[in-house]
Ligand binder design. Structure first.
Ligand SMILES: [Zn+2]
Length: 363
C-alpha cells in the first residue's frame, strides 16, 4: 500500500474550545476532513496543517486556519505517513524566522507594558525594596549566577587541601568580623584575570590571578572584605532591581518560563555588575571597618588594586573588579585615613599563606 493510497484513518481530535477528546476518522480528500460518527466536523486545508509539539512516535497537528488550540493526534503510522506526504508546509515555521519574530513581538509587548512602572517606579523603590527581598530569593539568584560562573570556568575550582583550609580560615574570620550571620560558600577559581566576586546568597569567588599578584594575606583579605561588603549591603539586589528592573518585574509577575529568562538576565547583570560610586564607597567602608576589627590595616587592599591597575588597566576587558572599581588612588587615600598599627594577629600564618597561594596546584 502506498502513501497516496491511504484515504482515511483514525485520529484523536481536540476542537480547541473544549478539552474533550474526540475519536474521529480523517478523510484525506482535497482537504483534510475530520469526521466524527459519520458527520464532517471540520475541514483543514493541507497547506494550513502544521506539526505541533508532542510526544515522540505520535504525530500532533494544528491548523493555521482553525482554532489556535485545535489539535489532531495521529497514532496510526500509515495515516501519519500519508498526512506528512500531503501537508507540504508541515514544518514551515518551526524555529524559523516567523517563530523568532513572534517571540520578539511578545517580549517587546510584555516589556512595553511594564516599562512605565520600571521608569517611574523602580529607581525610587530599588533602595527600599532590596532589603525586603527574601534571602531565599537572593539565594536562588545566587545559584543561577553560580551556575553561569561555574560554566565559565569549566566547573573547575582549586582544591589543594591545605590551601582550602587556609582560605576557609580567612573567610571565616572575615565573616565573623563583618557581622554576617549566614554561612558563606567560598572558592578559588583558576583564572588569569585578577578578580573577586561575592554573589547574592553567600557565594564568594576569588580568582587565582589575584592570589598570584598579592604579596600578603591582608591584601587578599581586604579584597574579600570589600566584596563581602557588597553582599552585606545587598548592592547586587539593588543594582539588579535598578538595571534588571524590567526583566526582574516580569519574572516576579509571570514566574516560570519568563521568570527563568529573567534569572538568566539577572545573572548576566550580576556578573557584569558595576556598582554605583556610593555602593563602592560603602563596600570600602565596610572593608576598612572589618580589617580594623581584625586589627589589620586596610591599606594593602588599595595598594594591591593600585598595583594591578597600574600594570594592567589597558589589557583588561569588562567583567573585572578593576574596571568596576575606578579611582583607586582616592581609595588608597581613604584607606590611609582608617589606617593604624597592626594590633591583631596575622590573618594567616606564613605557612598558611603559602598554602593558599598554591591552592590551584600550579606552583
Ligand atoms: Zn566593589
Amino acid at each position: 500500500m502506498t502513501i497516496e493510497a491511504v484515504q482515511d484513518g483514525p485520529a484523536v481530535y481536540f476542537d480547541g474550545t473544549s478539552s474533550r477528546k474526540r475519536q474521529v476518522m480523517l478523510r484525506l480528500g482535497p482537504s483534510l476532513e475530520i469526521v466524527e460518527d459519520g458527520t464532517l466536523v471540520a475541514t483543514w486545508p493541507f497547506d494550513d496543517v502544521r506539526r505541533a509539539d508532542g510526544a515522540a512516535g505520535r504525530l500532533r497537528l494544528s491548523c493555521t486556519s482553525a482554532s489556535a488550540l485545535a489539535r489532531l493526534e495521529v497514532d496510526d503510522p500509515a495515516t501519519a505517513a500519508a498526512l506528512v506526504g500531503r501537508c507540504k508546509a508541515l514544518d514551515v515555521d518551526r524555529g524559523g524566522p516567523r517563530q523568532t519574530v513572534r517571540i520578539v513581538f511578545w517580549s517587546a509587548a510584555a516589556i512595553a507594558s511594564i516599562v512605565a512602572i520600571v521608569i517611574y517606579g523602580i529607581p525610587i523603590l530599588a533602595d527600599r525594596l532590596a532589603p525586603l527581598v527574601p534571602r531565599s530569593v537572593e539565594q536562588r539568584m545566587g545559584q543561577a549566577v553560580d551556575m553561569q560562573v561555574r560554566a565559565l570556568f569549566g566547573d573547575k575550582v582549586c582544591e589543594e587541601p591545605e590551601g582550602k583550609a587556609a582560605f576557609a580560615k580567612m573567610i571565616e574570620k572575615l565573616r565573623t568580623a563583618g557581622g554576617i550571620d549566614y554561612p558563606l560558600d567560598a572558592h578559588v577559581l583558576p583564572s588569569k584575570v585578577p578578580n573577586a566576586i561575592a554573589l547574592p546568597g553567600g557565594k564568594v569567588y576569588l580568582f587565582s590571578a589575584l592570589l598570584d599578584k598579592a604579596t600578603s594575606p591582608d591584601e587578599i583579605a581586604g579584597v574579600l572584605a570589600h566584596e563581602l561588603g557588597h553582599g552585606y549591603h545587598r548592592h547586587h539586589m539593588r543594582s539588579l532591581i535598578h538595571n534588571g528592573g524590567t526583566s526582574f518585574v516580569i519574572g516576579l509577575l509571570l514566574g516560570d518560563i519568563t521568570g527563568g529568562s529573567a534569572v538568566i538576565f539577572a545573572s548576566r547583570q550580576l556578573l557584569s555588575a558595576s556598582h554605583s560610586r556610593e555602593a563602592e564607597l560603602e563596600a570600602d567602608d565596610y572593608a576598612n571597618t572589618v580589617m580594623r576589627k581584625l586589627g589589620r590595616s586596610p591599606v594593602p587592599l588599595a595598594e594591591l588594586l593600585l598595583r594591578i591597575t597600574g600594570e594592567q588597566r589597558k589589557q583588561l576587558g569588562g567583567f573585572n573588579i578593576l574596571n568596576s572599581h575606578p579611582l583607586t588612588e582616592d581609595r588608597l587615600a581613604l584607606a590611609r585615613k582608617h589606617d593604624g598599627p597592626n594590633t591583631g594577629p596575622e590573618i594567616l600564618s606564613p605557612a598558611e599563606w603559602e598554602a593558599l597561594k598554591a591552592i590551584c596546584g600550579t606552583k
